[in-house]
Write a protein that binds this ligand. Structure first.
Ligand SMILES: CC(C)(COP(=O)(O)OP(=O)(O)OC[C@H]1O[C@@H](n2cnc3c(N)ncnc32)[C@H](O[C@H]2O[C@H](COP(=O)(O)OP(=O)(O)OP(=O)(O)O)[C@@H](O)[C@H]2O)[C@@H]1O)[C@@H](O)C(=O)NCCC(=O)NCCS
Ligand SMILES: Nc1ncnc2[nH]cnc12
Length: 302
């Protein structure tokens, strides 16, 4: 449930007409750069249980870091275009067309491998939201961004979560079989796992003086402990989901990266996940989304 206060429009600070065409273009280009950087930050993080990194391919035998780099490169224009569409207040149907074209570009770049389907959706919505917020002159704090997303697209995102006649997908199959939510519900609720789970964890680690790597590792494990990752259910059912949750909870209960042995613990869970072929791709996408919200919010700071 989203607190009503977070749905209130944020105060206007810079009226849109003051921004020139050149500023609009430069803003969208910068947001796209930050989106790609966020995906890159997620890819480069190690250790990440079961996930692909430059160190190894985790639980995957069909992709490696190079596949992700090609995918990322194919998405840079998409993030710029969807930011501009958001700036113009485009309806969700138009964002969806851009998302579908981006999926096609991703699959072409990876020879048919699904690397970033979830990220195309969540980071795409965040880029659109950043454009919308800047056009309206609202501040770009995490709370104001979430409110801007829900005010403009909340209703349409809710309809997207209950699709009549949508093409079958792993996420929809899992939702029907195990009654668990996934990327669509995340979108409909304004990415609660990002704003209410991931970002607070990132901030808490930062406040205790963690390094950037440590704060991202803590965020990933916190997300794994909280979300229903449709990739995990698709590959390993509720038993796999239980392994993921228990590992993540155990890691966090030991202090996360504040524990002096955190690296050994994380490498250990990476090995366990690989043994069970578990890959929390949904949590990885949401980590990238947290990195993106942080860097969009930092654009507003002098
Ligand atoms: C709304 C869509 C994301 C479609 O979602 P749907 O529910 O239909 O399911 P999927 O097609 O299965 O895609 C969902 C992807 O979202 C990620 N995800 C999973 N759980 C969550 C969660 N709880 N919250 C947020 N995100 C979540 C996940 O993506 C990542 O994992 C993928 C890699 O997984 P992997 O297991 O290796 O690969 P597969 O090939 O899928 O399986 P194997 O057979 O190999 O085992 C990778 O994509 C990561 O990104 C899920 O995969 C959206 O796609 C949609 O509606 N698209 C249309 C375009 C659109 O509307 N755009 C809107 C404007 S932006
Ligand atoms: N690093 C990663 N490894 C596997 N699946 C992912 N989905 C998103 N990021 C991923």
């Amino acid at each position: 449930m989203i607190p009503q206060s977070s749905l209130r429009p944020a105060p206007r600070v810079t009226p849109a007409p003051h921004l020139s065409h050149a500023e609009r273009t430069a803003f969208a280009r910068e947001v796209a750069r930050l989106a790609v950087r966020s995906l890159h930050a997620e890819l480069c993080l190690y250790p990440k249980p079961g996930l692909v990194s430059p160190v190894d391919s985790g639980s995957h035998d069909d992709m490696d870091a190079g596949t992700f780099m090609r995918s990322m490169f194919s998405l840079r224009h998409y993030f710029r275009k969807i930011c501009l569409a958001g700036w113009d207040g485009a309806p969700f149907a138009q964002l969806k067309q851009l998302g579908i074209a981006a999926e096609t570009a991703m699959l072409k770049a990876t020879s048919g491998i699904n690397t970033h389907r979830g990220a195309i959706f969540s980071l795409g919505m965040l880029c659109a939201t950043a454009g919308r917020a800047r056009a309206q002159g609202t501040p770009m704090t995490p709370a104001a961004l979430r409110a801007a997303m829900l005010i403009r697209w909340g209703e349409e995102l809710a309809m997207h979560a209950a699709p009549a006649g949508a093409a079958p997908s792993n996420g929809l199959r899992v939702a029907a079989q195990y009654a668990v939510s996934g990327a669509r519900e995340e979108g409909a609720l304004g990415l609660p796992s990002v704003f209410e789970v991931g970002l607070p964890a990132m901030l808490a680690s930062r406040e205790r003086g963690a390094t950037v790597t440590e704060e991202r590792v803590d965020t990933l494990y916190t997300l794994m402990a909280h979300i229903s990752d449709s990739n995990i259910y698709h590959r390993a059912g509720p038993h796999g989901a239980q392994i993921v949750r228990e590992h993540a909870q155990h890691f966090l209960a030991q202090g996360g990266t504040a524990n002096l042995n955190w690296l050994a613990h994380a490498v250990d869970s990476h090995r366990t996940f690989v043994r069970h072929r578990l890959s929390p791709g949904g949590a990885a996408d949401l980590l990238a989304a947290c990195c993106l919200v942080q860097s969009i919010a930092a654009m507003d700071k002098p």
